[in-house]
Structures are given as C-alpha cells and as structure tokens.
Design a protein around this ligand. Structure first.
Ligand code: WTA
Length: 663
C-alpha cells in the first residue's frame, strides 16, 4: 500500500468502526477456513472438552503411556486446581525433537539463530539440535542433576538457552529461566525461591551494541547463594572472564566430553516442566509452575492454529525466552510442531530501526509474532525503514503483551502486512501457558484493537461490579470459568498465593485484566485492574518498585503507578516522600533510580520520580492510588470527591508539582 493510500485507509478505519475480513487467498489455504469451522470446533471443545482434548493429545503429542483421566478440576476447592492427562507419560524434549528424526524433518532447520552481530548465524537442524540437547542433558546428569531438581538458566537469546531448557526437560529436571535483563538481586531471589543448585549463564551478552557482563552479575548473585554448587558458563564472547575454581565450568569444555545419546525420562503429564517467575501485587514475584502434558499440548495446539503454522514456514517469535511467550512459542510450541523457529539476539532498533525487516528479508520469515511496544517504536521511526526491504514472505502477523490500540493495529496490518496478512492479537498470560483469546487467522473477521474470540476450550466471561455477568459493552473483570490444558499447576511452594490471587471468588479463575465484550461477542481487553504495570510488555508490580525505593534510608513512603507512555505503553511514575532532614537533590534521585535498577533490573527504571510533601490518604491512612494514577496521567478533571481525604490540599500540591516536573 502506498503511504498516502495507507494514511487514508487508517483514517477511514479509525473513523468508522469496521471489521476486516481475512483475504480469500489466506482463508483458502488456512487450517481453519471459515467462521463456521471455527464455531463448530469451538462448540465441540466446550460441549465435550474431554473428547476434544483427548483427540488433540493423541494427534499432537507422542505418549509413552496413555492417560487415565483427561481432565480433573475443582475451582471451588480449598485448594483450587486443574490437572490434565493424569497417569499419562511423555517427555517434552522427545516430543520436540526425537519424533521428528524419522522422516524428512531430520534435516529441517529447527532453530535458526541470528546473533546481534549480523554475521553471526547458526542453523540447528532437528538432528543437530537433538544431539546438542542430549549432550547437555548428559552434562547436567554428570553434575548430579536429577529428576525434579531445579536448574536456573540466566542466559541471553542464544541457542544454549533453548538447548538448556530441552536438556532439563529430557532428564526431568525443572528449568527456571531468568530473563537476562534482571539484576543480581532478582536473580538471587529466584535461585533461592526455586532451590536451584545449578545455574547456567554466559560470560557476556550483547545489548544494542553494548557488552553486558552477565557473568559479573551472576557472580554477585552467587556470592549470596552458597547452595549453588555449579555454575556452567557459555563462552558467548572471547573475552577475559573470572571463573571461581571448583564452582564455575565452561559449557563448551563440558559438552565436548559428552556423548550425544541420552534416553529421555518418562515423565508423568502432571509433573512440573518448568517454573517461571512473574510479577503480581506483592513485592516478591511468584513462581508459576507448568507441567509436562497439558502445557505442552496447549503450546503445540495454539501454535498450530493461532499462527496457521505450515510445514515450510519460518516462524519468528521476537519475545525473549526469559518470558512465557518465548517458552511457549519460540521453543516448545514451535518445536513440538516440527516447525522452523527463528531466534534473534538483537533489538529492533540497532544498528538501525530496520533491523527486523532486514532479518525478515534475510530468512524469508513467514509468520511474525511481536509486541505492541515494538510496533509503536517502529511506527515512530517511520515506514521508510520498512520500504527498503522485501518483506513479501510474511503471510501472518501476531501481537502479544499488552493491549494494542486500533491505530497501531492498523499500521501493523497495512505497513507491515500490506493489507495481505491477517493480524492476530493474542491475549494470554504466564499463568495461562498459551493464547486464550485471539482472532483465528483466515477464519475470524478482525476488529482492530480487539483480541476477538476465545481459543478452543476457553470459556471467558466478564464480571461486572455487582458480581454478575456484565452486560454487552459493560466493562468488568475478565475471568475464565472452566480450566484449559495450559493452565498453571500452581505457584511454586505457595498454594495459598495461587488461591488468593487467582481464585479469590470460588468458581472461576480471575485474570487480573479488565475487559468488555461487544455485541458480536468480541473481547476488548482494557488492561490490568490490579497493581501490576505493563511496561514495554514487561509485567512489573508497583509493590516491587516501591519496596526498592523504600530500601533507601531517606525515603519515608513511596507509591508507584503506571501512566500512559507513547512507546512503552505504560511508564513508571514514582511518588516519594522523604524523612525529616533528608536532602532532596539530584543525588538522591539518582540513588533511588539505581536502587530500583539493582533490585529488579533496568526494565523497571522509573520514568518520573516525584518528590512530594505528602501523599493523598483516606482518614484511615490508606494511600489513594486512584488519585495518584489520575495525576500522573494528567486526567485531573474528573478526580471525584477528594473531601474524604485526611488532607485534601495535598492533591492540588501534587497537580502543581506534576505540571512543573513534566513541563
Ligand atoms: C497483558 C504475556 C491486552 C495482560 C503473554 C496480561 C495483554 C499480561 C495482551 C500478561 C493482549 C498480554 N492484549 N493485554 N493481547 N497480552 N496482555 O504474563 O495484562 O507476561 O494479564 O504474559 O499482559 O503478561 P505475561
């Protein structure tokens, strides 16, 4: 589409709420070809979930032993739970690798890795990946890792991360990937909570041209984790690295000594496969646990239908494997389907804002799955960065991580998809294991900005203020009323948190998101309704940032809220009051920011630190976050009644300071 035509198209669409039909060319070749086919399959999945998932499980996974029960759950129990395929036995790495080795897929690319430096590319065929995973599994076994043990992987986007995960899965160890952008303290907390005794890291990493001292960060964490006996270090960059004798080992040296034969462990479907930490309303992130059977099936089936995966596709999920999207779509879902998954170490804007399109062109990417924050930043840079590249291989686009505005959606659809590729917005969460609400491509009409309809087996509902189901177009809490195979097994070693956070009301799973459902049954996600921010698609708890701020002695109180940010989606706004006698200056501000960066990581850096004399509180002393959010967002016309505050004048002061702070 030409630029002018496109601008006119976007304007027209924004002014008139239209739906967009998938093109007949796409639908004709799609796995699910019409709305009728989607409706029929959805109906079956809801009317007889046991038969539906049993069929899916038989078609999509190889089992060592079939299950005794397909689905068991109780959402009203003292300990709410859902379990799939109890008694069934399988191995996730076997399903992602071994079973593809008997036919044409043996020599197919499983993983194409593009390093940040353009010339660094590695291609792992299924056979090669299988061998590397077996060697890594043997290496872990030789270091004493056994079934059920936890292994922390603190690695950048390099193949060894996927290899490490699959190696753990192979021997029944539970992997716990920690995003390589998190700080030493965050890493330490996750090592402690998971009880891991082996950590895998790399000596360095690349981040937009800069070299990241990952091993240095890891050393700081390990200094406080005496329980960690071994640290395996991947040599990412040939550069001096301090190794602790007896504890630290080079990945390459150990791998060279291992054979590429390793029998996969036979795992119970409900045994844990991994732990992944995610933020909530509390100061400490929770370890979400996913299992071997239900999770893997859900990742596989959603990968196939949501992205209309074809045997010859190159599938590029841009998410970091440190988050759930990378787990479910870059690694498990793609490989379980025998697909070709692209892993990219770099960022969209380095060395230039056309990096994504260069990669798409270079590898002939067919399916691109990225996040609104990346889309917004590319939109901002302008389409000239796209135009220089032939991205005609793309046939399908996905979005995940936060609500996508209709404007960004339309830009993605027209500038990247050229009006040819369906766009699937995909709503889901770490806890859900895979996509829950989406636009099945080729089958379902798209509404820019709406996540659309539930995936098979998913029964979402919007609950209004009075606790009953909300009316059409009435906003409320998004809940899910029956389980699905990808649902988390629980919170690691914390059943109480699982119940308190997700089942405060017996009978349904509370997502933490707000939504409404329109007259066509389409879901529109409005964002988090709890104290969780979504910064560039990263989930960050306000309580986590507050706790890092109050760790500074000068700070009396801190209240953190999210506010609208043009590129990040939400920015972090910190209100801080200081103790008597403390000096408010740039040095204090810098120390506060540093404290957050070292406690959580650079992704949680506050955008605004607002020093206040006092915070708005109710007479009983509760901080009125609603007011703080409105001030940060500059929506002060409708502040409601502030007369119930213990000191109403504080509000005007804050508004004035805010205007001065962000002039
Ligand atoms: C938000 C990422 C609107 C939501 C897979 C959810 C979204 C949280 C969307 C989960 C979307 C994710 N539209 N909001 N398509 N996708 N979210 O656990 O608030 O990192 O609860 O999982 O991101 O983030 P998480």
């Amino acid at each position: 589409m030409k630029k002018n035509t496109r601008a006119a198209f976007i304007r027209h669409m924004l002014e008139n709420e239209h739906t967009i039909e998938p093109t007949p060319e796409f639908s004709y070749k799609a796995l699910i070809r019409s709305r009728q086919d989607y409706d029929e399959m959805y109906r079956r999945s809801i009317e007889d979930p046991e038969a539906f998932w049993a069929q899916m499980a038989a078609e999509h996974l190889d089992w060592f032993k079939l299950w005794d029960a397909v689905e068991e759950y109780d959402f009203t129990d003292e300990r709410p739970y859902a379990r799939y395929f109890r008694g069934g036995r399988l191995n996730a790495s076997y399903n992602c690798l071994d079973r593809h080795l008997n036919g044409a897929r043996r020599n197919k690319a499983a993983l194409i890795w593009q390093g940040e430096p353009s010339e660094e590319v590695e291609v792992y065929t299924y056979q090669r990946l299988h061998r590397e995973v077996c060697k890594a599994a043997n290496m872990l076994k030789r270091l004493g890792v056994r079934r059920g043990d936890r292994v922390v992987l603190y690695l950048p986007m390099i193949p060894q991360l996927a290899i490490g995960m699959l190696a753990c899965a192979r021997i029944g160890a539970i992997h716990c990937v920690v995003f390589s952008g998190l700080s030493a303290e965050a890493l330490k907390d996750r090592i402690d909570d998971s009880g891991a005794t082996v950590v895998v890291t790399s000596n360095y990493g690349y981040r937009a041209g800069k070299i990241l001292d990952l091993k240095g960060i890891c050393d700081q964490a390990l200094a406080l984790c005496p329980q960690v006996k071994k640290c395996i270090v991947v040599r990412r960059i040939d550069k001096r690295t301090d190794m602790t004798v007896g504890r630290d080992l080079w990945w390459e040296d150990r791998m060279a000594a291992e054979t590429s034969v390793c029998e996969p462990e036979s795992m119970e479907a409900t045994d844990p496969l991994f732990i992944l930490y995610t933020s909530g309303s509390t100061a400490k992130p929770k370890g979400i646990v996913h299992g071997n059977g239900g999770y893997l099936l859900y990742a596989a089936v959603t990968s196939k239908y949501v992205f209309d995966l074809k045997e010859s596709d190159v599938f590029w999920c841009t998410a970091d494997v440190g988050w759930i999207t990378g787990h479910s779509y870059l690694v498990y879902g793609a490989l379980a389907n025998g697909a070709t998954s692209l892993m990219f170490e770099g960022v969209p804007t380095y060395p230039q804002p056309d990096r994504y399109w260069e990669v798409v062109e270079k590898f002939g990417v067919n399916v691109l799955y990225t996040a609104p924050t990346a889309i917004r930043s590319m939109m901002k840079e302008g389409e000239q960065w796209v135009n220089g590249h032939d991205i005609g291989s793309l046939r399908m686009l996905g979005s995940v991580g936060e609500p996508i505005t209709s404007k960004a959606w339309l830009w993605y659809y027209s500038a990247i998809g050229q009006g040819r590729c369906p766009v699937a917005d995909t709503w889901w969460q770490t806890e859900s294991g895979g996509v829950m609400i989406t636009t099945i491509p080729g089958a379902v009409d798209m509404k820019p900005g709406s996540a659309a309809l539930p995936f098979f087996g998913v029964l979402p509902k919007v609950i209004g203020a009075n606790g009953a189901e909300a009316a059409t177009n009435e906003a409320g809490n998004l809940v899910v009323t029956r389980p699905w195979p990808g649902m988390a097994l629980g919170v690691y070693r914390n059943d109480q948190a699982f119940k308190d956070v997700y089942f405060p009301t017996p009978g349904y799973y509370l997502t933490g998101d707000g939504a409404y459902r329109d007259e066509d049954g389409y879901f529109w996600i409005t964002g988090r309704i709890d104290d969780v921010m979504n910064v560039s698609g990263h989930r960050i708890g306000t309580a986590e940032v507050e706790s890092a701020l109050v760790a500074c002695l000068e700070v009396a109180e801190a209240a953190v809220v999210g506010y609208p940010h043009p590129v990040k989606g939400e920015g972090i706004y910190a209100y801080v009051t200081v103790r008597e006698g403390a000096v408010i200056d740039d040095d204090l501000r810098a120390r506060l920011v540093k404290s957050v960066r070292t406690t959580i990581g650079p992704i949680a850096t506050p955008d605004v630190v607002h020093f206040a004399r006092a915070l708005p509180k109710t007479r009983s002393g509760k901080i009125m976050r609603r007011i703080l959010r409105k001030i940060a967002a500059r929506q002060t016309e409708d502040l409601c009644d502030v007369s119930t505050l213990s000191e109403p004048a504080v509000v005007d002061e804050l508004i004035r300071d805010n205007e001065r702070l962000i002039a």
